[in-house]
Design a protein around this ligand. Sequence first.
Ligand code: ATP
Ligand code: MG
Length: 250
Amino acid sequence: MATACISARSISKTYQTREGLPVNALVDVSIDIGEAEVLAILGASGCGKSTLLRIMAGLDLGFSGDMIVKGGAVKGPGLDRGFVFQDHRLVPWMTVGENVGLGLHRMEKAQRADAIEKKLELVGLTRFRDAYPAQLSGGMAQRVAIARALAHGPDVLLLDEPFGALDALTRVTMQAEVLRIQQQEKLSCVLVTHDIEEAIYLADRILVLSSSPGTVKAVIDVDMPKPRHRASVEFTELREHIYTTHFGTH
Ligand SMILES: Nc1ncnc2c1ncn2[C@@H]1O[C@H](COP(=O)(O)OP(=O)(O)OP(=O)(O)O)[C@@H](O)[C@H]1O
Ligand SMILES: [Mg+2]
């Protein structure tokens, strides 16, 4: 693997319940993500996937271990990392263009307009710059969320179940879109998902987390050329292997 872009070293995270009881969300999780690598984090609900991603994003600093991004310890969110949530979180009274430009207020006007235009072009929504979020389909709104996350030109894209709220066909289209964008922009990506097929389609490696507490159960290399074909023998065999080995079912 090339030099690590993100390095999680012995990350542990304990939450407190309202009653003050400890919840061990993550215990001793270590993983490296290389430049332009796609890592999928796969695991059952509640195993700590979002917690790990939030720590990478700098949205949660209350953990033990070291989270290193581009050689420096994470001290908070940064322009080097873009984040996409499960729900698009667009501001309803702002246009698509304004939503994409939300974090660019420090740029001068012309430079900002240019950055917005480029990102809308990247996600194929140039024509919708002046539309409002309510006028978009779920898939289009998620494209805008991706454009917004990439507005600053980060090297790393962190995605927390970005397609979980979409129908199955739109999800497949969006997975192909993320692959295209990731390859075009040479992004390092961390994709949290419940969906084994999504992980195999997109990831170079899959980190499987165990539940309660979240620990590293396996790291699986997905050694197939992209774009991958869901009906291929290799793809279906790997899906079968992950189901039976890590999730105990067909
Ligand atoms: N703010 C919080 N306070 C207390 N416990 C929390 C908090 N956030 C998460 N947890 C607990 O930490 C564990 C991991 O949560 P997390 O949200 O990271 O899981 P997840 O794998 O993303 O789940 P899902 O797939 O359902 O999104 C769970 O047991 C959860 O109940
Ligand atoms: Mg989650």
